[in-house]
Design a protein. Structure first.
Length: 269
């Protein structure tokens, strides 16, 4: 088992604040998350490279708090559903909405453009948050609007960073003669980290769209329907730069770690 020992973990955290008891508890939880059959107390101690004195009370306490359960026959400890229950007390969509609103408001204030956050909803994109341009006149998309994936940059960007299986299901519903071009479009988005294209629904609108990730992968996309206005002080390219930095901020608030993700380059302006 290629588990990082306690001493190795401590070495990587030099110069950082740490709470030893919490660190040990997290080490135990992370270890057992990778051990579906459970581990005995001795196996936990050996895997973490710690002493029995360091680990025993931590494991017993986690068991008492029902984060772990011990098999009466084998003595093995395993994770309970306690952490799963806690994680589902807060609706992930509501968390995404709350985390995105101040960021979208800042994007609109900095760019004088409207912007919105979209998620996949089967064969459609659902707009779950939107902010209007602060200018007296402009273009915007209302919260709650539903659009076919193929008409939206949000859909293209989310699919571009989705699994091959998800992409295949989408492409299979399209005319055969569009398959190669669609795959090339997805690859281009993955390479650049954004889509910059004319809107397929509104003439004169330029869609600037960037992905949003959490710890597991793609979850949404931020789009600004850019329109040129007389005397505007910020260009489409500058707006895209603001979007990319804002998307990285939102993604990190959702648990995205650039140094540990294959998509880190996608959010680098």
């Amino acid at each position: 088992m290629a588990t990082q020992s306690g001493s190795e973990k401590s070495e990587t955290k030099k110069g950082k604040s740490s709470v030893p008891a919490v660190e040990k508890a997290l080490d135990v939880l992370e270890l057992l998350a990778e051990s579906p059959d459970g581990l005995t107390m001795n196996e936990i101690v050996d895997a973490l490279g710690r002493t029995m004195g360091e680990i025993y009370r931590v494991v017993v306490y986690l068991n008492d708090r029902e984060y772990l359960s011990q098999d009466a026959n084998t003595g093995r400890y395993a994770l309970t559903l306690r952490m799963f229950e806690l994680s589902h007390r807060h609706d992930p969509t509501e968390r995404l909405i709350q985390a995105s609103l101040p960021i979208l408001e800042r994007v609109a204030a900095q760019t004088n453009q409207s912007c919105h956050l979209g998620v996949l909803n089967r064969a459609n994109v659902l707009v779950i948050n939107s902010v209007h341009s602060p200018l007296p006149a402009g273009y915007s998309v209302r919260t709650g609007a539903l659009f076919p994936v193929e008409q939206t940059s949000s859909g293209h960007v989310i699919l571009a960073f989705s699994s091959e299986e998800t992409q295949d299901r989408y492409i299979a519903r399209m005319p055969q003669d569009t398959h190669a071009a669609t795959r090339a479009q997805f690859e281009r988005i993955r390479q650049t980290g954004f889509e910059d294209t004319s809107s397929k629904m509104i003439q004169g609108v330029r869609n600037l769209c960037v992905p949003v990730f959490d710890a597991r992968g793609i979850v949404a996309a931020i789009t600004s329907g850019f329109i040129g206005q007389m005397g505007a002080s910020i260009s489409a390219e500058d707006t895209l730069d603001v979007l990319r930095r804002s998307s990285l901020e939102l993604s990190q608030s959702l648990g995205f770690r650039p140094t540990e993700s294959p998509f880190s380059q996608a959010l680098t302006p």
